[in-house]
Design a protein around this ligand. Structure first.
Ligand SMILES: [Zn+2]
Ligand SMILES: [Zn+2]
Length: 401
């Protein structure tokens, strides 16, 4: 505390005139000096050796005496949310902030602490003591913003993120909820009032169990890429993060949720592990190659030997793909270049051929098979000189790091 008192003695307090300061606002003028004390304790120590007017505080009026009440307000507002960690923020009246800043320059101070920092810390300490919840500056479960001027607290509840790998066991199911194109989700005759293009999705299968357990208000699914609606996702599955918005509780029996998801018959997950919002960025940036199983009908039929000699030629050759006709209405018409990493014939029966192909991220595999009217070059159809139709497509593996 010596450091604080020495600094206070060096100030010309006559410049304060008749303006009164409470202990906390006085101590906060030296708030960055002397660790382990409250600003009120700093202020009391300073007042013992220098003459500073008391009375109504010119900076904060009565704010620093109301931390208990503000903490009560926060505790009541965050009580419904089963959060383990929290962060306090505050809105300080700009006039109050301007008054304290003018003091800093008038008195020539070098180590003051802003009122906002004190409010956040002092209210936070009290909330921690009353609730047993832990302050967390990094990734709090919720943020409570205190507005002392109106005795108001805004609560922002951060989403619950869980990650794993999903398998999609059936065709005709999109990865994410797909709003009806006609009504955009409101419900109409085309979608039978559901507001959706498809009755369910991988997202809904996974999120619905979590929504019931957590009482969340909404959900999103972030996948490492996505398979076509008519393609299954098999093998080890595709990495994903599911996001549950505004959960009432974060304490969920995840093993039980996994078991119920896996009983859906539509999608399966290997596990649900705690994740963060940053993990979504990593998943979205991943450029994993994928291995596919493709069932192709060739007309006229092609000899197995010809297929087996043609596929190696196509591997490692740059494929130029203009945006496919099936998606060009919603994506820019550009040309991308991709490569196949492996391609092999699994079996040939009559006009049917089953292939196993590993392609770089972002390859339009169906178009590589049928050629998309010449928009993809080279293609299997073009090299074989026959018509090729994709009957089934499954993703067998996502080859992420
Ligand atoms: Zn004050
Ligand atoms: Zn509709």
């Amino acid at each position: 505390m010596d450091e604080v008192v020495t600094a206070a003695r060096a100030v010309d307090w006559s410049r304060l005139g008749a303006r009164g300061l409470c202990d906390a606002c006085l101590g906060r003028l030296f708030g960055m000096l002397g660790h382990g004390y409250t600003n009120a304790a700093r202020g009391a120590a300073i007042r013992a050796v220098v003459d500073v007017p008391t009375g109504v505080c010119w900076v904060c009026s009565t704010l620093t005496s109301r931390y208990d009440d503000l903490a009560d307000l926060v505790v009541r507002k965050i009580e419904p949310w089963g959060a383990d960690t929290f962060l306090i923020g505050s809105k300080i009246d700009p006039e109050v902030a301007a008054r304290e800043e003018s003091l800093w320059s008038e008195l020539g101070l070098s180590a003051p602490e802003p009122l906002k920092a004190e409010v956040n810390r002092e209210v936070g300490k009290r909330v921690e003591a009353r609730t047993g919840k832990t302050p967390d500056l990094g990734r709090p479960d919720l943020v409570a913003i205190v507005d002392p001027a109106f005795d108001h607290v805004d609560v922002q509840v951060n989403p619950l993120y869980l990650g794993g790998r999903y398998r999609k066991l059936v065709r005709g199911v999109p990865q994410t909820r797909w709003p009806c194109k006609r009504c955009r989700g409101k419900g109409c005759a085309r979608c039978g009032g559901t507001g959706k293009m498809y009755p369910t999705s991988v997202e809904e299968v996974i999120a619905s169990e979590l929504m019931r357990e957590t009482g969340g208000t909404g959900h999103a699914l972030h996948g490492m890429g996505r398979e076509d609606v008519d393609a299954r996702m098999l093998g080890r599955g595709r990495p994903f993060i599911v996001e549950i918005k505004e959960p009432r509780t974060r304490h969920v029996d995840l093993d039980a949720v996994v078991r119920r998801i896996n009983a859906s018959g539509v999608a399966e997950v290997d596990r649900l592990d705690p994740a963060t919002g940053d993990d979504i960025v990593a998943i979205k940036e991943d450029r994993a190659a994928k291995t596919y199983r493709i069932l192709v009908r060739c007309s006229p039929p092609v000899e197995e030997a010809k297929l087996k000699s043609t596929l190696p030629v196509l591997v490692a050759q740059p494929i130029a793909q203009r945006t496919p006709q099936r998606v060009v209405h919603r994506r820019a018409d550009t040309t991308r270049h991709r490569r196949l990493l492996t391609a092999e014939v699994v079996r040939v029966e009559g006009d049917l051929a089953e292939l196993r192909v590993t392609a770089e991220a972002g390859t339009y595999v169906k178009e590589w098979v049928h050629g998309d009217g010449g928009r993809t070059m080279p293609s299997l159809a073009e090299r074989l000189g026959v018509r090729c139709e994709v009957l089934e497509l499954d993703v067998l593996d996502v080859l992420d790091g």
